[in-house]
Design a protein around this ligand. Structure first.
Ligand SMILES: [Fe+2]
Ligand SMILES: [Fe+2]
Length: 159
């Protein structure tokens, strides 16, 4: 999985976390089979923290909840795959690694891009997880126009 310029959304903390996400995906693709589960666990931990970080920011600015729901859904899928891999289903682990890059590509382009755009616009402090003093921006984020495809995958446009 290659890092692309359009993945840079201009929020330092978010971009750094996304670079780590890509590095994890690449590492998982080449890790020795006997180490796969341990590295998958590390990836799950990182992804939970990655999603949590964005969820906290969204909560602080009252951002539409569909982005959070997407995080929860994806994390559930990854954890489910982890259980199946532990039970011996290595194929499903490989399928997950094929699915993650296109999912990430779409998620960064849509939901994360919308969030980054909004947070930058209102001058949100991602380190302090706080709005700038005196800001009245809370609760003004637009909806994220999500649609479910027949496969149950949510696709979203920038508001
Ligand atoms: Fe993200
Ligand atoms: Fe996200």
């Amino acid at each position: 999985m290659e890092w692309r310029e359009r993945y840079e959304l201009g929020l330092a903390r978010m971009d750094e976390t996304h670079r780590e996400f890509v590095a994890f995906c690449n590492e998982l693709c080449s890790v020795a089979p006997e180490n796969f589960l341990a590295r998958l666990d590390a990836f799950i931990e990182h992804t939970a923290a990655h999603f949590d970080q964005e969820n906290r920011w969204m909560e602080a600015v009252n951002f539409p909840a569909c982005h959070r729901a997407e995080h929860d859904r994806v994390l559930d899928v990854i954890r489910e795959v982890r259980q199946r891999v532990e039970q011996g289903d290595a194929f499903l682990g490989r399928r997950l690694l094929e699915e993650l890059p296109p999912w990430f590509d779409n998620h960064v382009d849509t939901m994360d891009a919308a969030l980054a755009f909004y947070l930058k616009e209102i001058g949100f402090d991602t380190e302090a997880c706080a709005l700038p003093t005196g800001s009245t921006a809370q609760g003004t984020a637009a909806g994220c126009a999500c649609q479910s495809t027949p496969e149950g995958v949510e696709t979203c446009r920038n508001p």
